[in-house]
Ligand binder design. Structure first.
Ligand code: FUB
Length: 470
């Protein structure tokens, strides 16, 4: 993807109107595709467009940091970053936006692809943004209150600025941290222990065909002789260093190289994800979690999706015996669930495997809640373990500035076995919360649970959390 500045989009409508129109388009497209996608788990997020995944494992959860493509944008209009987390790879909790362009007073636009890392109890989040000078720069957000932030500008200025993008951070076993970035070149610095300064200057990686593969055929490009394009992702596994990256342009595929150290020399491995999925960019993020390996990437698979309305997805994969990365194809099914979800613990309504029609917002009771609930919208939560004794009652934390509606609790699909129906009353305000209770029957074993929302016209109610009791 060309890192040169993109022309500003000029809207004659105000932002609220555009958001409502885009939401309507997205909602109706989702509803019409409901029958086809009800069992899919890719893309991971359906409530907004996400891009540029950066996953990290912490305390038994996967924290997935993403970019955010604005509805209706016709170039990479990105104003904030988003965070989601999961303990099972299929039910993802929305944590909202822990960092945005406003975090960096010197940034004007382009909240593009970044990556966080944890060191000494502090979370450092390296991101590319456009500097007031017009150049792309790498900024550092820092949080000392955990992965969900809030993050503040660590430096009040860029860490490094050479008009290139897509930082990837990695801390080696000996404590040396590296920051790679670049499009069309590939650069790195050795970060100091403070993670916000570096020593040894800015190093340019020699992009050779042996290291990154040669562009050929339709992709041949004298200015970019190797397949390396952007989006580096550096990590170490079983003694081998991996450099995974977006390759060729455009459309991009994902490629991989390996080396004996964090600074190479790199040996090209091949294609890990072919060009697929109706977005002309792609972007890798790789983790190991609970004994399996996962590739996060993005495509345009959500209704209304494409090159500027992208969505993050995930696939599980297995390395070859020699550490090679296999060719991984995009799928609608995504990764299998790790374990099950406990319905007897309080669960956030914004923990979602799949949804139709709804959105999320900051909740006055803390965290996020689900809004924009209309007749026939639904939320699917996957692999809910009711156990053999089963559930007897259900509680939902809800609010409604109108007269509320109903939550149908169903197994397997929006028309599956009805466990019970919970009435949601008017509560006198969209952020005036109360608990609605109902009895349930037939809730035994492990099932996908569907919350099907019904009622009159317009927005019915909002939904903060839920819990079953035995
Ligand atoms: O999301 C904006 C840019 O598109 C990213 O920085 C690149 O990696 C590409 O995904």
């Amino acid at each position: 993807m060309d890192a040169a500045p993109h022309p500003k989009v000029v809207f004659n409508l105000n932002a609220g109107t555009i958001m409502r129109i885009s939401t309507l388009i997205l909602t109706s497209a989702l509803a019409s595709l409901q029958a086809h996608v009800a069992t899919a788990d890719n893309p991971i997020v359906q409530t907004l467009y996400t891009a540029d995944p950066a996953p990290i494992v912490h305390n038994g959860r996967v924290y997935l940091y993403t970019g955010h493509d604005e509805n209706g944008a016709t170039t990479f209009v990105m104003k904030d970053w988003r965070l989601f987390s999961s303990a099972d790879m299929v039910n993802w909790q929305d944590h909202g936006s822990p960092m945005s362009l406003a975090t960096f007073r010197w940034a004007t636009a382009q909240a593009w692809a970044g990556q966080p890392v944890l060191r000494n109890g502090q979370w450092y989040w390296y991101v590319p943004v456009r500097h007031t000078s017009g150049s792309m720069a790498i900024g550092v957000g820092v949080s000392d209150s955990g992965p969900t932030g809030p993050f503040r500008d660590a430096l009040g200025k860029p860490l490094v600025m050479n008009n290139e993008i897509d930082p990837s951070v990695f801390i080696d076993d000996d404590g040396q941290a590296y920051l790679y970035w670049g499009n069309p070149n590939l650069w790195y610095v050795k970060l100091n222990a403070d993670m916000v300064s570096y020593s040894g200057g800015v190093n340019k990686v020699a992009l050779t065909a042996a290291g990154f593969g040669a562009r050929s055929g339709n992709n041949a490009n004298a200015q970019r002789p190797t397949t390396y394009e952007e989006g580096p992702w550096l990590y170490k596994r079983a003694g081998k260093y991996y450099m995974v990256f977006a390759a060729n342009c455009c459309s991009e595929h994902l490629g991989w190289s390996t080396g004996p150290s964090a600074t190479g020399p790199w040996t090209y491995g091949g294609v890990m994800m072919p060009t697929q999925g109706s977005s002309f960019t792609n972007h890798p993020g790789i983790i190991d979690f609970q004994g399996s390996s996962y590739l996060f990437y993005h495509n345009g698979a959500l209704p209304g999706g494409g090159g500027y309305q992208r969505s993050v997805c995930v696939e599980r994969f297995t390395y070859g015996a020699n550490g090679s990365i296999p060719v991984i194809n995009m799928s609608k099914e995504g990764a299998p669930q790790v374990g099950t979800l406990d319905p007897y613990m309080r669960q956030e309504a914004e923990t979602i495997a799949w949804s139709s029609g709804v959105q999320t917002e900051i909740c006055s009771e803390g965290g996020m809640d689900v809004l924009s609930i209309n007749n026939n919208d639904y939320i699917k939560v996957k692999g809910v373990a009711f156990g053999s004794a089963g559930a007897k009652s259900f509680t939902a934390r809800v609010s409604s500035a109108t007269s509320g509606g109903k939550i149908e609790l169903r197994l397997g699909s929006t028309s599956g076995t009805l466990l019970g129906t919970c009435s949601v009353p008017g509560t006198g305000g969209w952020q005036r919360w109360s608990s609605a209770n109902c009895t349930v029957s037939g809730a035994t074993g492990t099932h996908d649970l569907f919350f099907r929302f019904t009622g009159g016209s317009g927005e019915l109610f909002r939904f903060n959390w839920w819990q079953f009791a035995q």
